[in-house]
Ligand binder design. Structure first.
Ligand code: MOS
Length: 751
């Protein structure tokens, strides 16, 4: 009886967004609002000797200037600054805490004024005197000092020995530069002090309860005294998983002034808080002449900060994709004088799978095998590490449907063999893989006698479509139309939610809604059975359904009572049920989403211009709740993957330790002119194991594999292998990076 799940339902919050009714964190206007502008450090390491605010304070309209010297009290213990997503055991950065400078563009003062322009102007008059210390920001210079993280994926067999014996050995290094999230909405917080010491905080975040706990920790406040909302989020992609410094600064301002304070970060300031860490990926693959993998070695060396070890799984994705008896994975971190890196869409996989899937392409070329055929020969039906099967894995079908939609069979294998007029044409492919996770979430369903339904949860909708999928799931569970459902999100006072991330929200909230709907049905049945001559007499919970505004016997709609009648007869105005997702962890299977990405590029060799003219992304991600919003998620991932392959790169001047292109004019993200045909296919993938609705989540799988498919297409077009992203025209003319191909015991070819 599902009718909304699986459809292309338009966003229920779409109208509010396009008409401007949807309010973002920096848009809550209250009387007496003061505006904060940030002063950032211009050095990378050292201490603040003195901050001279005399000139700035003279500007009319400036109220106060906060520094580490005069701010309200803050906690002194590291654990008070922790949050749900903080790396274990580290020492989280504390904004405006002391005189230490730990990274360039660190916030060091907050100018508070009656209006935003005055605050910004006065911020330019703040004079900071530093004691400068030496620093390191260049990963390449620190590779030797990188330390292995202690939670390695277990090695299998003897990879070194197997590699040495392999008929064919490929080793290559790939580099992914630091990339920034660049969401459309900048980080912003409006903090309202209500006079009784209570705070209402409107913050741009992926987790309102996470921010609530964090603020309570830093300022020793009680949860009841701090309410955090984030009803709409203009993109975050992981940058809002951890609380960011705007919320601390705005809270300090509100506590100091005892009036509401807003802090909105500038685009440049957004380059001082979160990014995907630059990572060097070292791959070695050993294979037989027939294309069976004997050995996989993957070592990643990523940057982190001095104060926290940020690491994600870059290396072990081959465990989920390809059969091999011998494997070794090592993840190392090099500590630099930078702010801690952060999760960014498919953290670990976007980077690690890029390297793995380029290496597989290089192996296919060496073996003279079609790259898709090589994937099929190595295809794994089990997680190689645990030996467990998948709850579902329709990756073969992704390859088949993707290849068919793309026309892969018409590919001429030889590089530089396909042309369109003066342009070289290249076709490349790659595999994508991500995790299908579930987290504890709770939802509350409120049913009123007039048939209105409200579903609420502290989750945030970061643009992924949470409002809509929750309305759809509730509609189906309650047998009500989608437009009779109101969804409330993004408020710390609502039922428990984890941060919205990791692609886990849809599966988790859907489960919680189904549970709460069960409880609601149970109560309605009990009430209905107390009615005289009830047609539902003697029926059990499993014998009844909610449909068309009534509770009815399964398969016999004549035995039914309208919900309004049930409630009226019982004298009940409203029924409210709150339940958690309470899912039972299935520990007998691996849970993953998969994809096959195929890309076409056209390269103008004289100009070095690369265009990605076509992409097909065939995704297997369990049941798709909303084909429209899910398609948007995958498209967004494809666009970002194209940016990763061809455009995105933070350029750091290591003499100053500073990102030079801290704006979206010089840090290039794809624009409309860069994006051509993108086709998204959802492969059917029933999964009764993972959860009752078979939902896996689609937020992140869309980017994984895209950069590799594009890079492999560029190689196929040009015969030139560029392993360092982004593939820019200078690198295409003179490839950097290294890769070796060896046959048997002796070196036979070098690229
Ligand atoms: Mo995602 S990187 O978990 O927001």
């Amino acid at each position: 009886m599902t009718s909304s799940i699986g459809t292309a339902t338009s966003r229920v919050d779409g109208r509010a967004k396009v008409t401007g009714r949807a309010k973002y964190a920096g848009e809550f206007n209250v009387p007496g609002l003061a505006y904060g502008a940030v002063v950032m450090s211009t050095i990378t390491k050292g201490r603040i000797a003195r901050i001279d605010t005399t000139q700035a304070l003279k500007v009319e309209g400036v109220i106060d200037i906060l520094t580490h010297d005069n701010r309200p009290p803050m906690a002194s213990d590291d654990k008070d600054y922790s949050d749900d997503v903080a790396p274990e055991g580290g020492s989280p950065f504390r904004p405006l805490y002391d005189d230490r400078i730990r990274f360039n563009r660190q916030p060091i003062a907050l100018v508070l004024a009656e209006d935003w322009e005055t605050a910004r102007f006065a911020a330019t008059l703040v004079q900071v005197h530093y004691e400068v210390e030496g620093f390191a920001t260049d990963l390449h210079a620190e590779l030797e000092r990188a330390r292995a993280v202690d939670k390695p994926v277990k090695p299998r067999g003897d990879a070194s020995k197997a590699l040495a014996r392999a008929a064919l050995r490929l080793s290559a290094d790939y580099l992914i530069p630091a990339e920034y999230h660049n969401p459309m909405e900048p980080f912003a917080a409006t903090v309202i002090w209500d006079g009784d010491g209570k705070l209402t905080i409107h913050d741009k975040t992926q987790g309102v309860q996470n921010v609530q706990r964090y603020v309570c920790g830093i300022f020793h406040l009680k949860p009841d005294d701090v309410r955090v909302t984030s009803p709409f989020v203009g993109g975050a992609f992981g940058s809002g998983l951890r609380p960011q410094y705007e919320v601390v600064l705005a809270t300090l301002g509100a506590l100091k002034l005892k009036r509401p304070v807003r802090v909105v970060l500038t685009r440049e300031e957004m380059y001082g808080l979160s990014y995907r860490p630059m990572t060097l990926e070292r791959l070695a693959l050993g294979a037989s002449a027939e294309g069976a993998l004997d050995a996989v070695m993957h070592e990643a060396i990523a940057m982190t900060s001095r104060n926290e070890d940020f690491s994600r799984n870059d290396t072990a994705w081959a465990e989920l994709l390809y059969k091999s008896s011998n494997a070794r994975y090592v993840h190392k971190l090099a500590a630099l004088d930078v702010v801690t890196p952060a999760d960014m869409r498919a953290p670990g996989a976007a980077t690690g799978v890029y390297a793995l899937e380029c290496a597989m392409d290089e192996l296919a070329v060496a073996l003279k095998l079609d790259p898709l055929e090589l994937r099929l020969r190595c295809y794994s039906e089990r997680d190689q590490g645990s030996g467990q099967p998948y709850s579902s894995k329709q990756l073969r079908e992704c390859y088949r449907q993707g290849a068919e939609a793309f026309g892969w069979a018409k590919r001429n294998a030889a590089p530089r063999s396909m042309r369109d007029g003066s342009e070289l044409v290249g076709w490349g492919m790659a595999t994508g893989v991500w995790e299908a996770l579930q987290m504890p979430f709770a939802t509350r369903i409120l049913l009123t006698a007039n048939g209105h339904v409200e579903v609420s949860c502290a989750a945030t909708d970061i643009g992924t479509g949470t409002y809509t999928v929750m309305a759809q799931v509730a509609a189906d569970m309650l047998g009500a139309p989608v437009d009779s459902i109101t969804v409330k999100l993004g408020d710390s006072s609502l039922p428990q939610a984890q941060v919205e991330g990791g692609s886990w929200t849809a599966a988790s909230v859907a489960h919680a809604i189904a549970n709460a709907a069960d409880d609601l049905r149970k109560e309605l049945l009990a009430l209905a059975q107390t009615m005289p001559n009830s047609p539902l007499q003697g029926l059990k919970l499993d014998d009844v359904v909610l449909a068309d505004g009534a509770i009815a016997a399964k398969g016999d709609t004549r035995r039914s009572i309208g919900l309004a009648d049930v409630m009226r007869q019982a004298g009940v105005e409203r029924i409210e049920k709150e339940r958690g997702s309470d899912f039972k962890e299935d520990d007998k299977h691996a849970h993953n989403t998969h994809s096959a990405v195929l890309a076409e590029v056209k390269v103008d060799e004289e100009l070095g211009v690369i265009r990605v003219t076509r992409v097909v992304n065939a995704v297997a991600a369990g049941r798709i709740i909303n084909t429209k919003t899910a398609t948007s998620q995958i498209m967004g991932g494809v666009v970002w993957g194209i940016g990763m392959a061809l455009h995105e790169e933070a350029l750091v001047d290591h003499a100053f330790g500073r990102v030079m292109n801290a704006n979206i004019a010089e840090y290039h993200v794809p624009v409309n002119a860069d994006i051509h045909e993108v086709k998204v296919i959802f492969v059917e993938e029933p999964d009764s194991v993972i959860n009752p609705l078979g939902i896996k989540g689609v937020g992140e799988i869309g980017i994984v594999g895209v950069a590799a498919a594009v890079a492999n297409a560029v190689y196929h077009a040009t015969g030139t292998r560029v392993r360092d992203l982004p593939i820019t025209l200078d690198k295409l003319a003179r490839p950097t990076g290294s890769g070796d191909l060896e046959l048997g015991q002796s070196r036979a070819a070098k690229q």
